[in-house]
Write a protein that binds this ligand. Structure first.
Ligand SMILES: NC(=O)c1ccc[n+]([C@@H]2O[C@H](COP(=O)([O-])OP(=O)(O)OC[C@H]3O[C@@H](n4cnc5c(N)ncnc54)[C@H](O)[C@@H]3O)[C@@H](O)[C@H]2O)c1
Length: 270
């Protein structure tokens, strides 16, 4: 269903890798809601080629950018403003990567080069992105910037590894930069803390199926899907949430406020 929520709005969407990606679903839904946007991903991800079909479907252009490189971000923002015909109303940061997770390196035995790289890609890139947008004065007043995060920033999920620390940093950057973006440019900045979701990044986490099933059984509404996350993100891009900023918003079927559920109790009884 379409509500024309983003009619006339311009944006940039980072992180659509394949059709399971949360960013992919967000692009499809933003298109349905009337937005115009540029799609971007790291050059290596673009070489896979799948994003072309999303670009065709949503009538959008693709610009390569490694989110850790300032010159790539500058180029992306300049070109996007040209292509879209003005300043931006929304930006989605949907980027995450840990080499320690990918290579099965335990949290107590980190390869710190990989830890640095993961922090840069997953968290510092959000600061770099916002700093570039801010310096270029690329956001319209009452624009909205959203990054995706996970509850391992607040609570322990042992196999989430160094991504937990990256998410804690990401959420802090949203608040700290969100203050300046709010004061100086009337732009809001929030993070959405999403349920475990079967995407390329999600499935890289060890024991992901157990993780997902547990969250499903703990949450009164069940896990939130990628499409539902896309819908929630669109509300934050719309004019209906103008005074929501500096928030970490849980989109998890209620998981984050649960102690225990009936299903988990029953599974534990002998
Ligand atoms: N899947 C889950 O369970 C889950 C839960 C909560 C939050 N999240 C978060 O949602 C976001 C999107 O992940 P997803 O689950 O859709 O997985 P995904 O693998 O589809 O998306 C991750 C994206 O990050 C991109 N990326 C990696 N390095 C990059 C770089 N240097 N520059 C630019 N882009 C780069 C990848 O190419 C990919 O498109 C991430 O921040 C992730 O941590 C995911």
């Amino acid at each position: 269903m379409s509500y024309n929520l983003l009619k006339g709005k311009r944006g940039i969407i980072f992180g659509a890798l394949d059709e399971n990606s949360i960013a992919w679903k967000t692009a499809e839904r933003a298109h349905e809601e009337g937005a115009k946007f540029v799609l971007t991903n790291a050059p290596v991800a673009l070489r896979m080629g799948t994003i072309k079909s999303l670009a065709e479907k949503t009538n959008s252009e693709v610009i390569a950018a490694d989110a850790t490189k300032i010159e790539d971000l500058e180029n992306l923002i300049e070109k996007s403003e040209e292509i879209l015909g003005g300043k931006l109303d929304f930006v989605l940061h949907s980027i995450g990567m840990s080499i320690n997770v990918r290579k099965g390196k335990h949290y107590t035995d980190q390869n710190y080069d990989w830890t640095h790289k993961g922090l840069d890609v997953s968290a510092m890139s959000f600061h770099k992105l916002m700093q570039t947008l801010y310096k270029k004065d690329a956001m319209n007043e009452w624009g909205s910037i959203v990054a995706l995060t996970y509850m391992a920033a607040q609570r322990v999920f042992p196999d989430y590894n160094d991504m937990a620390d990256n998410k804690a940093y990401l959420e802090s950057v949203a608040r700290s930069f969100g203050y300046f973006f709010g004061k100086d440019k009337k732009v809001r900045v929030n993070t959405i803390s999403q349920s475990p979701t079967p995407t390329s990044a999600g499935q890289g986490v060890k024991g992901f199926t157990g993780f997902m099933n547990y969250a499903e059984k703990m949450s009164p509404l069940g896990n939130a899907t990628a499409l539902e996350c896309a819908d929630y993100t669109l509300t934050l891009f719309s004019d209906l949430t103008k005074k929501v900023t500096l928030q970490n918003l849980f989109h998890d079927g209620g998981f984050s406020n649960m102690g225990v559920s009936q299903e988990i109790m029953e599974a534990m009884e002998d």
